[in-house]
Design a protein around this ligand. Structure first.
Ligand SMILES: *Cc1c(COP(=O)(O)O)cnc(C)c1O
Length: 365
């Protein structure tokens, strides 16, 4: 039996009948940049996240860059970032001319904490980007209290956590600006690149709406030096349809995760830890194992595809050689990069496929 890591074709097929007429209508409307379809999705997404404003942008990396610029982060500033995140979180900081300063995560949740932020504080740090990694929401109430105490702006990288809740409340509006990716593989994935920013601040909303559209609200009047970073109307149509099923698709992921959690316990695998107030959306199901590569090979031999998120931490990438971090400064990021392995999970993983993963791991352990 083949178990692909994620089946995007099955996701498309399930929504084709509903979404294709809407997308065709949008293509035939003659309106190709922003416009009513994007505005409708933005309203839907803001309501879903229980937040005042949402703006569709070109991708998740741009969402982060726009957020940093909107918060006046620029050359010479430092920004705290998790040491174990996807490199986009770091690149957004670098591309604004600022310097990423790594924060080591909590080994149990893989997210950064208020304590970690305090420990990593340094002169020149103006902001922190927290990541809701693997779909597990970070403890934003604690992080906000500490960040305000330290005078830091807060950006949330929610690229992996559409729909997650903390203490019963949907994420999306705790920090100053929250950044989203609609990359096809994300829980709320489009049919190409896409992203969004959400905020509860009217002033920041105003800046973000200008920044994503050449700094302009009126054609050929440019108030600030903005970007060209806009969500496409066709993607917005598809995303509106997908948003309506997101909770039920996240519930399918949660069902698989709860089977993995109960049926894989006691096998010597380090299973994910869910914080008490967290209601994760299981973008990824990440285990730790001391012989990760061997385990991945053994699973591949019986048709089970796994991935590693992430095999090389940002500080060890050639892109960051100028930071001259040897890795000894970031032992947790280095350890995680060696030990993590992501099992197949997704709304279209069948019961038979889930059984195959579980039985195989029981046999191998
Ligand atoms: C996917 C992702 C991004 C970047 O999103 P893109 O849409 O691919 O630019 C940023 N941060 C994290 C944590 C991600 O997983």
């Amino acid at each position: 039996m083949q178990v692909p890591f994620l089946d995007l074709k099955a996701a498309y097929d399930e929504l084709a009948e509903l979404s294709e007429p809407k997308m065709l209508e949008s293509l035939r409307s003659g309106w190709y940049i922003l416009g009513p379809d994007v505005a409708r999705f933005e309203r839907d997404f803001a309501r879903y996240c229980d937040v005042s404003h949402a703006f569709g942008v070109a991708n998740g990396l741009d969402a982060l860059r726009l957020a940093l610029v909107a918060l006046d982060i620029g050359p010479g500033d430092k920004v705290l970032v998790p040491s174990n995140t996807y490199i986009a979180t770091w690149l957004a900081v670098s591309q604004c001319g600022a310097i990423p300063v790594p924060v080591e995560p909590d080994l149990a949740t893989h997210n950064i904490t208020a304590t970690g932020i305090r420990a990593a504080m340094a002169p020149g740090v103006k902001a922190v980007i927290t990541v809701h990694l693997y779909g597990q929401p970070a403890d934003m109430p604690a992080i906000m209290t500490t960040a305000r105490d330290l005078g830091l702006k807060v950006i949330e990288d929610a690229a992996q956590a559409h729909g997650a809740r903390w203490d019963g409340r949907r994420i999306g509006g705790a920090g100053d600006i929250v950044c989203w990716s609609f990359y096809p593989g994300k829980n709320l994935g489009a049919l190409g690149d896409g992203g969004a920013v959400t905020t509860n601040s009217d002033a920041l909303a105003e800046r973000l709406s200008l920044l994503r559209n050449y700094g302009s609200r009126e054609k050929y009047r440019n108030e600030v030096p903005g970007f060209n970073s806009r969500l496409d109307p066709v993607q917005a149509c598809f995303l509106s349809i997908k948003l309506a099923v997101l909770d039920s698709w996240n519930a399918r992921r949660a069902h698989i995760a709860s089977r993995y959690m109960s049926e894989l316990s006691g096998l010597g695998l380090t299973l994910p830890h869910v914080a008490m107030k967290a209601d994760p959306v299981w973008h990824l199901f990440v285990l730790r194992h001391p012989n990760r590569d061997q385990l991945a090979n053994d699973l591949a031999e019986v048709g089970i595809q796994t991935l590693v998120h992430y095999p090389i931490p940002p500080h060890a990438q050639a892109a960051y050689s100028e930071l001259q971090l040897t890795g000894e400064e970031l032992p947790l990021a280095a350890k995680l990069a060696k030990e993590v392995i992501s099992l197949p999970i997704g709304p279209h993983l069948s019961q038979d496929q889930t059984d195959h993963v579980i039985h195989t791991l029981k046999r191998l352990a």
